[in-house]
Design a protein around this ligand. Structure first.
Ligand SMILES: [Zn+2]
Length: 248
């Protein structure tokens, strides 16, 4: 009889213990989700405030050079060091080289091919790209002033292009059609594993200051890329987010 009673008690406490464990798990999940949501919200708000403050957004560069921020309001830091490596007749920075090669290798196994259409660009080259476009627009009948303004809508000012870092690259056909390709879908799924993020997304254009570009990828390193993806933050937001966390 005694044995039976113990058995009965055991049967009663098991579901209770299980329920307590489940509740504790749910509670800890809720707490971490709240913290995550709060941090993400703070980063988004801070980045948004910076945008609303006007054209002269002042971002503080992160101490990790892989997170160097170059955007329409933030020029390439003067002390930026590039170690060039050649890929497909284009130069990229050594820091992005190995992971880019690893990403290409993995993609090829899925029958997906990438090529770098545009990698590193010097300030002088950017100036040439801009001048060429202005001249074309003038030939089409625009005044110098209008041509310049129109050109600057799609071409970054010299000194303010992320391509100056050597960590950014335009892939494959550099057109909106890229979005419809298997290569683009592959990147959406795998690029962060290799440290690359799609830099300019439609929903972030108010913060990046640049329209959606499905072909432009930025190397930030594997850990940062995966965290950015998990949090749903663009580089501007992510840099602010880390600084707010004291991880600047
Ligand atoms: Zn680009």
């Amino acid at each position: 009889m005694k044995k039976d009673k113990r058995k009965k008690e055991g049967k009663l406490t098991e579901p209770v213990a299980a329920a307590i464990i489940v509740l504790a798990l749910l509670l800890s999940m809720a707490v971490s989700a709240l913290g995550y949501w709060e941090a993400q919200y703070a980063a988004k708000k801070a980045a948004q405030q910076a945008v609303e403050a006007g054209g002269s957004i002042q971002y503080t560069q992160h101490s990790d050079p892989l997170l160097v921020l170059v955007n329409p309001g933030t020029p390439l830091p003067e002390n930026w060091q590039l170690t060039p490596r050649m890929v497909d007749d284009e130069l990229i920075d050594l820091r992005a080289y190995e992971d880019y090669a690893a990403m290409c290798q993995a993609a090829q196994k899925d029958d997906v091919w990438f090529w770098v259409a545009s990698g590193y660009r010097s300030v002088e080259e950017q100036e040439e790209v801009l001048i060429r476009d202005i001249e074309e627009k003038k030939k089409a009948g625009l005044t110098e002033e209008d041509a310049r303004r129109e050109a600057l809508r799609t071409i970054a000012r010299p000194g303010y292009s992320e391509h100056h870092t050597g960590l950014a690259m335009d892939l494959n056909d550099v057109s909106d059609h890229f979005e419809e390709t298997k290569a683009y879908r592959w990147l959406q799924e795998h690029s962060a594993q290799y440290g690359f993020v799609q830099r300019y997304k439609e929903e972030k254009s108010g913060i990046t200051g640049i329209d959606k570009e499905s072909w432009h990828y930025r190397y930030v390193g594997r850990a940062h890329a995966q965290e950015m993806e998990r949090l749903g933050l663009c580089l501007e937001e992510y840099v602010v987010y880390l600084q707010k966390q004291g991880r600047g």
